[in-house]
Design a protein around this ligand. Sequence first.
Ligand code: EPZ
Length: 417
Amino acid sequence: MSSYIIEGGKKLVGETFVSGSKNASLPIMAASVLNKGVTKLYNVPNIHDTQMMIEILKSLGCKVKKNQNKVVIDSKNITKFEIPENLMHQMRSSVIFAGAILGRYKKATFSYPGGCDIGARPIDLHLKAFEKLGITVHQNFGKIICNTEEIIPTEINLDFPSVGATENIMLASVLTKGTTTIINAAMEPEIVDLQNFLNRMGAKIEGAGSNVIKITGVINLKDVSYNIMPDRIEAGTLLCSAAITGGEITLKKVNVNHIAPLLEKLTEAGCKIQIKTDEVKLKAQKRLKAVNIKTMPYPGFPTDMQAIMAACLCIASGTSVIVENIFENRYKYTGELSKMGAKINIEGKTAIIKGTRKLYGSKVKATDLRGGASLVLAGLVAKGTTKVENIEYILRGYENLEEKLNNLGAEIYMIKE
Ligand code: EPZ
């Protein structure tokens, strides 16, 4: 296992940039399977999760070449329709391959996906949607076997605007003989990126970014090159690293519209924010003010920023209240923050954070991807040295995090044990 060692107390100052979006790259990499050809992707973040997607693509018979942030996928000769169980269990996004393989071959076998332990994370909405599309879904011993003669276009009302379920329905419907409509679709920017990619490939999809998405089936797709959108959660994480340390940074290559709810909250907390086309400058005031947060589906405050904002609120003046409305178990990191002196009470979906003047370096363990990032930010501002263990969680979703933070004046390095 690897750890980060962080010497706290340094203000973060300077300029850095945002990498490509993990949560846009993963479904787009899966979607490449729909085309019997070559897909060239640029600005793909070099992180564990994209590496895992490459392993799955190769296990299906694709040829994949990666050079830094460029990934070339040749999916002409897919030989398998089953996603390996060991790979499924390591990452939630593996379930998105189901829609892509079904879309092209009308059959797919997979198992329940793994991923960060932030809740039960069922896939009932995915499976119900597949059945509505005329796909037979069998389950035995944890394996899910799907097949059909033909995918029947239809109208699907999602009980919840699930990002993954929206993506899976889009992928399964691209090559049908008719139009599928998703009502109550997820509106996240990553869904828009997936629509843009698929349309570039020859699909006919409209409405992404709204809660109604129409997919009109096509017969052929074509080779495509595509540039992945910037990662809005990494952008938020880097801005919060400046906010928590009282620093001043300029963030480049960011899509400002994607992080509006976060900028709103950082402004309310007292940060001075200046916006240019694809740049954000944040200057923190000497002490953040307490704010209240409710996580909601996009365009509300993103659940993925909940833990990261919570770290900032641990040293704000006043008491903040967070309500986590998306996942039922996304406060595990707070026990670790408490070891650093944070004053946090959890009552069901609500976290009450009483701001303190200081946090203290301690030995803590990452509990999941964003919870781990929260501990890193707390370590940046804590007095003394912090050791964050189990950082494999963090390496899943952040490209060169310690390098970016050190370039801004932090003192953080990785040790392998
Ligand atoms: C995506 O996960 C993201 N992951 C998550 O980011 C993000 O937190 C989440 O969307 C919400 O924005 C990727 O894109 C790879 P959901 P996903 O389906 O698709 C329930 C990160 O840190 N639900 O919108 O799994 C589910 O349990 C990760 O980068 C069902 O009940 O999210 C959850 O409570 C973490 N049944 C809620 O909906 C289903 O069939 C939202 O899930 C599907 C979901």
